[in-house]
Design a binder for this molecule. Structure first.
Ligand SMILES: Cc1cc2nc3c(=O)[nH]c(=O)nc-3n(C[C@H](O)[C@H](O)[C@H](O)COP(=O)(O)O)c2cc1C
Length: 168
């Protein structure tokens, strides 16, 4: 798909068909994440691809029961020590945000649905994944063939969000 078409077509999908996701599609999504830029090229990320029913159930139990129906869930985790800081701002969140969006756009290009999940009990997610205590579980996404076609959500107009040269 042409890049802007991928960007326009991506939606947050919250209903999935049970069909498994072909490994080649997952591999291309993960490759897109691997190529993402990061603070000082620290690549602070680990992506856990969950297809095991028990692990999916435990991960869904961290606050989003509905994600269990997706054939796969990807957890994007960070080691903040491998990223950077500016004042009180930890850049691992940005690193993960960029890499995860690469992955999510690659999924859209593969005809797959995803949904950013930022709200979950991190401790429960860490336990479900067996991740070490220094790992931050930053975001989750279900992955699978969509079983719904959500309408585009509203967006602000460019005129509302862009300023030229100076704020006012
Ligand atoms: C950082 C981030 C966290 C999000 N967390 C959740 C979440 O916990 N649960 C959920 O259902 N959707 C979550 N979303 C999805 C947003 O609600 C969604 O992107 C927004 O409503 C726009 O819809 P669209 O993605 O279909 O364009 C999150 C999105 C982002 C970018």
């Amino acid at each position: 798909m042409e890049f802007m078409e991928v960007v326009r077509r991506r939606r947050s999908v919250r209903k999935y068909r049970p069909d498994p996701v072909p490994q080649a599609k997952l591999d291309r999504m993960l490759e897109a994440a691997r190529l993402a830029p990061s603070w000082a090229n620290g690549q602070c990320w680990t992506f856990v691809v969950v297809t095991d029913a028990k692990v999916k159930n435990a991960l869904a139990g961290a606050g989003n029961e509905w994600i269990e129906e997706a054939p796969a869930i990807i957890a994007a985790c960070a080691d903040p020590a491998k990223s950077g800081e500016k004042g009180d701002q930890g850049y691992y969140l940005l690193d993960i945000g960029i890499a995860m969006e690469h992955l999510i756009l690659a999924a859209a290009d593969e005809g797959l649905g995803t949904c950013w999940i930022g709200w979950f009990d991190e401790q429960k997610a860490r336990e479900a994944l067996g991740a070490p205590k220094e790992a931050r579980v930053v975001a989750l996404t279900p992955v699978g063939y969509p079983d719904e076609e959500p309408e585009p959500r509203p967006r602000k107009l460019l005129g509302e969000i862009v300023r030229k040269d100076r704020w006012s």
